[in-house]
Design a protein around this ligand. Structure first.
Ligand SMILES: [Zn+2]
Length: 460
């Protein structure tokens, strides 16, 4: 599909869904160069509107504001955000129904967090909220040369079973130049197939998990696959997400594919937080957020700018997110970027880590596959796959009372299908699974993947 046609289809779709995405994008293109005091004035106006709205429309926030003596018209500065208490995932989950403003706008509906963390979360979103997030993402893509309507591959968790709704989505994705490739299982057979498909289609941008992109880059090198046709057919950038993009991985992916690798950082429940510009600076979406960095122990502002990120979403009146503790360790910076944009920037250090299980027959199965599998079975609170040696996977499962009597068999059967290999799988029900020191749950811990990587090998 020609970019102009795809852009027109996408714009039409957004209008149909009641989204102002392209109007917001036009605003964001301007405000990124504003003086900072002008951006801060915009934020303050939005913060005041948010405070008034949450007080008027949601019982939860009215109670919180009354308890903390915050009058809805008493917001004077951005620092007034500190008068609100912190919230976390649990708060969003437990109080969801008292937080939602159902009359916020069009298409108020429940969304679910994607598979990059171990705890599924449901929250409310709306056309308004989505249009701001989508526009911010589109602006970030423009920074690295990818325009609305360009062909983009989502190297992602593509659903295995395509139902009627899925088919409709396929048509829509075709019309808007989006294409899904399954990143959940990679091996030496599928890597060349993906490259051939993408080249034939003429992809402009690859978007996906850091771990899957890095693994694909390794497979390309190991098999000496020719990626020049991808560039000749239009590949301009690779945008990663959901995990820390280390310097080593960025270099590996960039050198392998011969195009810049850029990172984006977001939380489904907290919106897009940052996107790399062409200079490799992860700019924050200042127009839409108030960001704080705190010492996770004392809960006070971190003096050196390094600590846990706390997010306030200014454009989410449907389920307001105010002072949300992300658990991610970041460093914020006010330094000006040579790209000329006035947006501040952030570096993410302690964050999500996604690993693979490596099967005897050479499949690299992403932890996301295991999380998706766990979500189809009721009562699974946490899951962790541990792999000490090749040919064996040990599953730990923390469950609650809604776990069905045949739950173990269901898990084992689905796990076998996901691995697509005859490795031995053992399963143990435990009381709880401890998070990593960063506070994040690691769904896969694989010594096998670690050792193979260290040895520069991709097959056992
Ligand atoms: Zn920049």
């Amino acid at each position: 599909m020609y970019p102009s046609v795809a852009r027109a289809f996408f714009a039409a779709q957004e209008r149909l869904l009641g989204r102002r995405t392209f109007a917001v994008l036009r605003e964001l293109r301007e405000s990124q160069f504003w003086p900072r005091d002008r951006i801060d004035a915009l934020r303050l106006a939005r913060f005041k509107a948010l405070a008034a709205s949450v007080y008027a429309h949601t019982p939860y926030w009215r109670r919180v504001m009354d308890e903390h003596g915050i009058a809805p018209d008493a917001i004077r500065s951005l620092d007034d955000v500190r008068r609100f208490p912190f919230i976390n995932r649990q708060t969003l989950q437990t109080h969801r129904e008292e937080m939602v403003w159902r009359g916020e706008g069009r298409r108020v509906l429940i969304a679910r967090t994607s598979g990059s963390t171990n705890e599924a979360l449901q929250f409310y979103t709306s056309s308004n909220r989505e249009s701001h997030i989508t526009a911010a993402r589109m602006r970030g893509h423009e920074w690295v040369g990818v325009r609305p309507g360009d062909k983009e591959v989502y190297f992602w968790a593509a659903p295995v079973e395509i139902n009627a709704q899925g088919r409709l989505r396929q048509v829509r994705d075709f019309l808007t130049n989006n294409y899904f490739s399954n990143a959940l299982l990679l091996n030496e057979q599928v890597a060349p197939q993906y490259l051939a498909n993408w080249t034939r289609w003429g992809v402009n941008c690859l978007f996906g998990y850091v771990s899957s992109m890095a693994l694909l880059a390794q497979l390309v090198r190991k098999q000496s696959l020719d990626v020049r046709p991808l560039r000749e057919r239009g590949l301009r950038a690779i945008v990663t997400t959901s995990e820390i993009l280390s310097d080593a991985d960025r270099q590996l992916i960039t050198e392998t594919f011969g195009v810049p690798t850029c990172d984006s950082y977001g939380l489904r429940e907290g919106g897009l937080v940052g996107h790399d510009c062409e200079r490799g600076t992860l700019h924050t979406i200042d127009e839409q957020l108030i960001l704080e960095v705190i010492d996770p122990q004392t809960l006070q502002p971190a003096p050196d700018g390094t600590g846990e990120l706390v997010v306030t979403m200014l454009m989410s009146q449907v389920q307001p997110v105010i002072r949300y503790r992300t658990g991610d360790i970041v460093t914020m910076s006010d330094a000006l970027c040579p790209c000329g944009r006035t947006l501040r920037s952030i570096k993410v250090s302690g964050g999500r880590m996604m690993d693979f299980i490596v099967t005897r027959n050479g499949n690299w199965v992403s932890c996301v596959a295991i999380l998706y599998m766990a979500r189809t079975i009721s009562g699974v609170v946490h899951i962790q796959a541990r792999q000490e040696r090749i040919g064996h996977v040990h599953l730990l499962l923390a469950v609650d009372e809604s776990f069905p009597p045949d739950g173990k068999e269901q898990v084992l059967r689905q796990m076998r299908a996901r691995l697509a290999s005859d490795d031995e799988i053992t399963l143990e029900i435990v009381d709880s699974i401890e998070p990593a020191p960063s506070g994040k749950y690691r769904p896969v811990i694989s010594k096998v993947a670690e050792e193979l990587r260290r040895a520069g090998r991709l097959t056992p």
